[in-house]
Design a protein around this ligand. Structure first.
Ligand SMILES: Nc1ncnc2c1ncn2[C@@H]1O[C@H](COP(=O)(O)OP(=O)(O)OP(=O)(O)O)[C@@H](O)[C@H]1O
Length: 287
C-alpha cells in the first residue's frame, strides 16, 4: 500500500461455502480518479465493495481503506452509496440529513434546489431520482476522501444520470478517489479507468480502448432479424440483439455468412470493432 491509494485489495478472495464470489482480486483506487467497476449481474462487484469497506471479511487476501484497516474510523472518512441507498425511508429527507450529520459530527448540508421543496417529505415517498440525489447529499456531507457508489444511476432518467456524473466528477476534481459500479456500459466513458469483473475475478483493467483491444464483432444487417437471431441462436452462436440490430462478438464473419446462407437468410455481414459490452461478454465466456 502506498499512501496515495484510497482503496486497495490484494488477492482479496471471498467464498460463501463452496462458492467463490470474489476470486483473488487485486486493485487500487487513487485520489482524484474515477474508477469504474463493470461486470454482469452476479460478477462479484458488490461483494468486492463490501470487502473493501470492511462490511465483509475476506476469506483470503487483504484489503485496505485510506491506508489502514477498513474499520469504523477509516469508514468515517469515506462516503458510500449502496444499491439500496442506505437512507431511512420512514424519516423525512431533513431528518435523514440531520441524523447523518449527527453520526458523522458534521454540519447539516445544504440541499440542492431540486430537493429543497421535498425536505419534509418521507424519503420512501420521493421519486427514485430524488432519493438517489439525496443519498449523494448524505454521502458527501462530511467531505469524504473516498467515495464508493454501487449502481448510483440505476433506474434514473438521462438528465438525472448526467447530473449525478457531474457530481461524481466534481468530487474527483477535489481529490476524492471514486469507485463506481454501473451496468450502463455507455457510462464507462465517464471513468478514468475501468475494472472488469466476471465470475468473481478481475478479467481486465485499463481504459475502454485498452480493454477492447483488437476484439472485433460482426454486425448483421437484415430485414429478417427475428429469423436471423433464431438461426444463430440455434447454432449456439452468442448473438446480441439491440432493438432489431444483430451483433455477434469475436466470431469469424465467414462462419456467420455460411450459417445464414445455409438457412436461406439474406443478410449483409460486416466486421466492426467490438464494444466494451461485447468484449465483456467474450471475457465472461472464457471464465
Ligand atoms: N451472502 C451471500 N451468500 C451466498 N452467496 C452470496 C452472498 N452474497 C453474494 N453472493 C453471491 O455472490 C455472487 C456475486 O454477487 P454480487 O452481489 O457481488 O454480484 P454483483 O456483481 O454485485 O451483481 P449485481 O450487479 O447483481 O449486484 C452472486 O452469485 C451472489 O449470489
Amino acid at each position: 500500500m502506498t499512501s496515495d491509494e484510497v482503496l486497495r485489495a490484494r488477492s482479496a478472495t471471498r467464498r460463501f461455502g463452496d462458492f467463490t464470489a470474489v476470486d483473488a482480486v487485486s486493485m487500487a483506487v487513487r485520489p482524484g480518479e474515477v474508477v469504474g467497476l463493470l461486470g454482469a449481474n452476479g460478477a462479484g462487484k458488490t461483494t468486492l465493495i463490501r470487502l473493501l469497506l470492511g462490511l465483509l471479511a475476506p476469506t483470503d487476501g487483504a484489503v485496505e481503506l485510506l491506508g489502514g484497516p477498513p474499520d469504523r474510523s477509516h469508514r468515517a472518512r469515506m462516503g458510500y452509496v449502496p444499491q439500496n441507498l442506505g437512507l431511512y425511508r420512514d424519516l423525512t429527507l431533513a431528518e435523514n440529513l440531520a441524523f447523518s450529520a449527527g453520526a458523522y459530527n458534521c454540519a447539516v448540508p445544504d440541499l440542492p434546489a431540486a430537493l429543497r421543496d421535498v425536505r419534509d417529505t418521507l424519503v420512501g415517498d420521493l421519486a427514485l431520482g430524488a432519493q438517489r440525489q439525496a443519498a449523494f447529499v448524505v454521502a458527501l456531507a462530511h467531505r469524504p476522501e473516498a467515495l464508493v457508489l454501487d449502481e448510483p444511476t440505476s433506474g434514473v432518467d438521462a438528465l438525472a444520470r448526467a447530473e449525478l456524473w457531474d457530481t461524481i466528477r466534481a468530487q474527483a476534481d477535489r481529490g476524492v478517489g471514486v469507485l463506481v459500479t454501473t451496468h450502463y456500459m455507455e457510462e464507462a466513458q465517464h471513468c478514468d479507468r475501468l475494472l472488469l469483473m466476471a465470475g468473481g475475478a478481475l478479467v481486465a483493467s485499463g481504459s475502454e480502448h485498452d480493454i477492447i483491444g483488437d476484439t472485433r464483432a460482426v454486425a448483421v444487417h437484415t430485414a429478417d432479424w427475428a429469423r436471423t437471431f433464431a438461426v444463430l441462436n440455434d447454432a449456439d452462436i452468442p448473438v446480441i440483439l439491440d432493438g432489431t440490430a444483430i451483433r455477434v462478438p469475436d466470431t469469424d464473419p465467414a462462419m456467420i455468412a455460411s450459417a445464414l446462407s445455409e438457412a436461406g437468410v439474406d443478410a449483409e455481414i460486416k466486421p466492426v470493432p467490438a464494444t466494451i459490452e461485447e468484449r465483456m461478454l467474450v471475457l465472461a465466456r472464457s471464465r
